[in-house]
Design a protein around this ligand. Structure first.
Ligand SMILES: [Zn+2]
Ligand SMILES: [Zn+2]
Ligand SMILES: [Zn+2]
Length: 180
């Protein structure tokens, strides 16, 4: 009855560190590439990345931690923009529709997508220590959820998976043999 598959976390330390970049990483690069990607996608789709949408996206990308709508509103005010909550919510809706951000239901917060343009449900690893979240995009998980739901005759509306734990940066030391 126990699951027969096993996850080992040996040979993949480089991907772990890119999923949860350390505090010294050049976050400006993350932001500029996300913004560039958004500009390109919106141009491709002939939708407008208006100022407010761009500013909200940039604020969502301020860090790798999901951010709530009211924090976004505060931050907008912080950069001298007066926006009402409905304006911010509309911008968030637009960004979600375009797949540029995801909503993390368990935190009631938003995070930038690293791979917009690709249609995916998103599985999130959320660190309970530093609050960072990383997105796994694994078609096998999407497929397994789809099959399981179908077998149950269930129609999935929010296929997002949210996993809580401790990220690579917050783990005291790699112990290597911690299983069970
Ligand atoms: Zn970054
Ligand atoms: Zn995504
Ligand atoms: Zn962490």
């Amino acid at each position: 009855m126990a699951p027969s598959y096993r996850y080992t976390e040996t040979s993949k330390s480089s991907s772990a560190s890119t999923m949860f970049p350390d505090h010294e990483h050049d976050h400006g690069k993350c932001v500029s590439s996300a913004m560039q990607r958004a500009e390109d996608l919106c141009a491709e789709r002939s939708v407008r990345l208006t100022d407010i949408r761009r500013q909200v996206l940039e604020l969502v990308w301020q860090s790798h931690n999901p951010v709530g709508a009211y924090d976004l509103l505060d931050n907008l005010h912080g950069i001298g923009k007066r926006a009402q909550p409905p304006t911010v919510y509309r911008a968030l809706e637009f960004l979600m529709d375009q797949g540029l951000i995801h909503r993390i239901e368990s935190l009631n917060a938003y995070i930038g997508c690293r791979d917009p343009g690709e249609d995916h449900a998103g599985q999130f690893l959320i660190c309970r220590d530093c609050g960072a979240a990383a997105e796994l995009v694994d078609k096998r998980i999407d497929a397994a959820i789809g099959q399981g739901a179908k077998a149950a005759g269930f129609s999935v509306e929010h296929p997002t998976v949210e996993l809580e734990g401790v990220c690579a940066n917050c783990r005291p030391e790699h112990k290597g043999t911690k299983h069970g």
